[in-house]
Design a protein around this ligand. Structure first.
Ligand SMILES: [Zn+2]
Length: 250
């Protein structure tokens, strides 16, 4: 994962890309009430980052609404416009500990969350989307209430070992990191799709047709060569929003 893409991004572009991701997750019903949080680093060291303000619905998010925070500023929770405390503790520590993870997205989308609630939440390689995540998923089995301390953010950051892009949080939801908003957005979109397909197969009650680890690993590598897909995905989302909901740009 290179930090270059995110670091080169101007502040304005980062705001627009992240606002588009909020809007699209709302359209896909991957949001939950006015909870959940997406952030993107805007400094090379990852310490300065943009995140959604507390209590604003994803469907109303505009580029200008995003808070600019400093992970090193311990006074942030006391600000009048302080972000949601769980958002602060998770994202500040993740950006501080993983500066290459330019974008951090945390949602409770139905299918990924349902998978996270199974005794065995692993993702067997049954189609191209599930194969995309072969070896990429870290698992947090230790749900212990809401993340309300920096220690919890540090613990979560410590679970993201090299090569992992997804943290499936047992009894909770999912967290994705990416080298750009486009990369994290695409990863989260596809993880939810993969979880939906897997759960649909489980619901059939019929045995799964799981491919070999070799085929799954090959397909995962092939996905990585399709990086342009993520860029095109977000570009198209922004083009649609510019036409249908141009206030997201403001
Ligand atoms: Zn959560």
């Amino acid at each position: 994962m290179s930090a270059g893409d995110g670091a080169a991004m101007t502040h304005r572009e980062a705001r627009i890309d992240l606002a588009a991701a909020f809007r699209w997750f709302a359209r896909m019903n991957m949001h939950e009430s006015v909870a959940n949080h997406l952030s993107v680093a805007v400094s090379g060291d990852g310490l300065k980052f943009l995140i959604n303000p507390r209590g604003r619905h994803f469907a109303r998010m505009r580029a200008r609404d995003l808070l600019l925070l400093d992970a090193d500023d311990a006074g942030t929770p006391g600000r009048e416009d302080a972000p949601d405390p769980t958002a602060w503790h998770l994202h500040a520590r993740l950006h501080a500990r993983l500066p290459a993870a330019r974008c951090v997205m945390h949602l409770h989308p139905v299918h990924a969350t349902a998978l996270a609630c199974l005794e065995d939440p692993s993702m067997p390689a049954i189609d191209m989307n599930t194969m995309r995540f072969f070896g990429r998923v870290a698992l947090d089995r230790d749900f212990a209430g809401m993340a309300l301390s920096p220690a919890e953010g540090d613990r979560v950051a410590g679970l993201m070992s090299p090569g992992k892009t997804v943290l499936l949080m047992a009894n909770h939801g999912v967290l994705v990191i990416g080298e750009s908003v486009a990369a994290a957005f695409d990863e989260l979109y596809y993880f939810e799709r993969a979880a939906q397909t897997l759960l649909t197969c489980y619901a059939s009650g019929r045995p799964l047709a799981i491919v070999s680890d070799e085929v799954a690993a090959l397909t995962e590598r092939q996905w990585r060569d399709y990086g342009q897909l993520a860029i095109d995905h977000l570009q198209n989302v922004k083009a649609i929003l510019e036409h249908e909901a141009p206030d997201y740009l403001t």
